[in-house]
Design a protein around this ligand. Structure first.
Ligand code: DHB
Length: 310
């Protein structure tokens, strides 16, 4: 079985979309809901609708993609309304709402509305969008992370997790988890895209995307070792009550198996879902089922976090 549990919520399947991928419109979201995925997360919302950055703003290559979308979204109410409708029409599935204010005040105002609403799912507070010009990634400013979480947990009582950027130094894992462990987080989602990479076309001698002079977040196979390292390093340091969602570089069932071995309870698919669409969850489910059968594992709890060292 591919079932999983996260923060006390049960999911039929341990895989789902990553925020931002095929989840910006109600049509996209319905496609995810009707897929084999065990849950869905909505496009990171801001209080008001946004057009995002100028196009072209996303380009795929063989090993992954670069994007600098700039938070184009239909606004907070659109996604909350969708999720509230889902609770009525499909009450058996628990979903996630992603929010990404461009200021602390915006995040707090959205969280207050979630708190006062009938939303019964989980909230993902995105601390790692790399693509809004002039707005640094909160997750790289540890004092800001502490400031945000203190302000949030002063009033927010529903299950909440944070989406983190990738870290690259073991001392940074010690520092971020010392902060995260002070709060009643339901989960941590790691990783967002590897921020501010650059993809170029040597033939035309030009960058591939227009915003920010071509710099953008990298996803796909390029980032899998970084994603696995982040899931593993967080799993080794976070309070056991804080679940981990593993995200980054998933193209096949073995990639999902690896994320779970490193400690993930749920695994999100971004770039490759963008390439293949929601039917990818059929293939991934079949692949992971076969891998588990071949290894003699009945459930993901049998191998979650059990990566061996030499
Ligand atoms: C966008 C990109 C991200 O990586 C993210 O976490 C949120 C928003 C974007 O560019 O829209």
């Amino acid at each position: 079985t591919l079932k999983t549990t996260l923060a006390g919520y049960k999911f039929d399947n341990c895989m789902m979309n990553a925020a931002g991928i095929r989840c910006a419109t109600v049509t996209d979201l319905a496609g995810l809901r009707d897929s084999r995925a065990g849950s869905l997360v909505t496009k990171s919302a801001t209080p008001q609708p946004r057009d995002g950055n100028p196009e072209p703003r996303m380009r795929g290559l063989q090993y992954g993609c670069i994007n600098s979308m700039g938070l184009p979204n239909h606004g907070f109410d659109y996604y909350l309304n969708f999720l509230l409708e889902e609770q009525k029409s499909h009450p058996q599935q628990t979903n996630f709402m992603s929010i990404a204010g461009t200021t602390l005040e915006d995040d707090l105002s959205m969280l207050k509305q979630i708190q006062e609403s009938a939303f019964a799912g989980l909230t993902e507070l995105n601390l790692s969008c790399p693509n809004v010009p002039g707005k640094p990634q909160v997750g790289y400013d540890f004092d800001a992370v502490e400031r945000y979480l203190t302000a949030v947990f002063a009033f927010f009582k529903k299950p909440l997790g944070v989406k983190l950027p990738p870290y690259f130094d073991l001392m940074h894992f010690d520092q971020i988890t010392a902060i995260l462990n002070q709060y009643p987080l339901a989960f941590v989602n790691s990783i967002n895209s590897v921020g501010n990479g650059l993809m170029i076309d040597p033939e035309s001698e030009t960058v591939l995307i227009k915003p920010k002079g071509g710099f953008g977040g990298i996803g796909g196979a390029y980032i899998k070792p970084t994603a696995l390292a982040n899931v593993r390093a967080l799993a080794q340091r976070l309070n056991p009550g804080i679940a981990i969602i593993g995200t980054g570089g998933v193209q096949n069932g073995m990639d999902i198996f690896e994320h779970i071995l490193c400690g993930a309870s749920m695994v999100q698919v971004g770039t490759q879902l963008g390439f293949e669409g929601p039917k990818i969850f059929n293939r991934l489910s079949q692949e992971l089922t076969r891998i588990m059968a071949a290894k003699g594992y009945d459930s993901i709890a049998d191998f979650r976090g059990k990566l061996k060292t030499l």
